[in-house]
Design a protein around this ligand. Sequence first.
Ligand code: HEC
Length: 109
Amino acid sequence: MMKPIIKIGACILLAFSFGAQVYAADGGNPKKGKHLYKKQCKSCHSKGDTAGELTPMSKTMSQWDRYFKRLKHKGDQEAFNALSEKDLKDIQQFLYDHAADSDQPQTCG
Ligand code: HEC
C-alpha cells in the first residue's frame, strides 16, 4: 500500500531538483540584480540625473543582452569594473526580465 506514495514523493523531489538546475544554468539572480541595480546604478541613473533615467524598460531584451556583452559604459567604466562578473550577470538578469518587450515590463527598480 505504501509503494505508490513513495514513488510519487520521489517524482516530486526529482522535479524540484531538476527545476533548480535549469534555473542555475540560466545564470543571473534577478532578485539580487534588482538590489544591486538600485545600489550601483540608480545613484547616477535616476530621474533628473545628467546620466539620464535608466530603467529595465529603457531597452528590449536583446538590447540588454547586447549591451552586457560589450559592457562599454559610456558614463564611467569604473562603475562596471567595480562589479564582479556575477554581480553584472545578476543586474543583466533583472534588466532583461523586465525589459520593454518582456512579460513583466517594469519602469522602476
Ligand atoms: C558614476 C555615475 C554612473 C553610475 C554609477 C552608473 N552610470 Fe550608467 N551612465 C552614466 C553616464 C554619465 C552615462 C552616459 C550618458 C550619455 O552620455 O548619454 C551612462 C550611460 C549608461 C548607459 C547607456 C544609455 C543608453 O541608452 O545607451 C547604460 C545602459 C548604463 N549607463 C547602465 C548603467 C548600469 C547598468 C549601471 C550600474 C551597474 C550604471 N550605468 C551605473 C553614469 C553612471
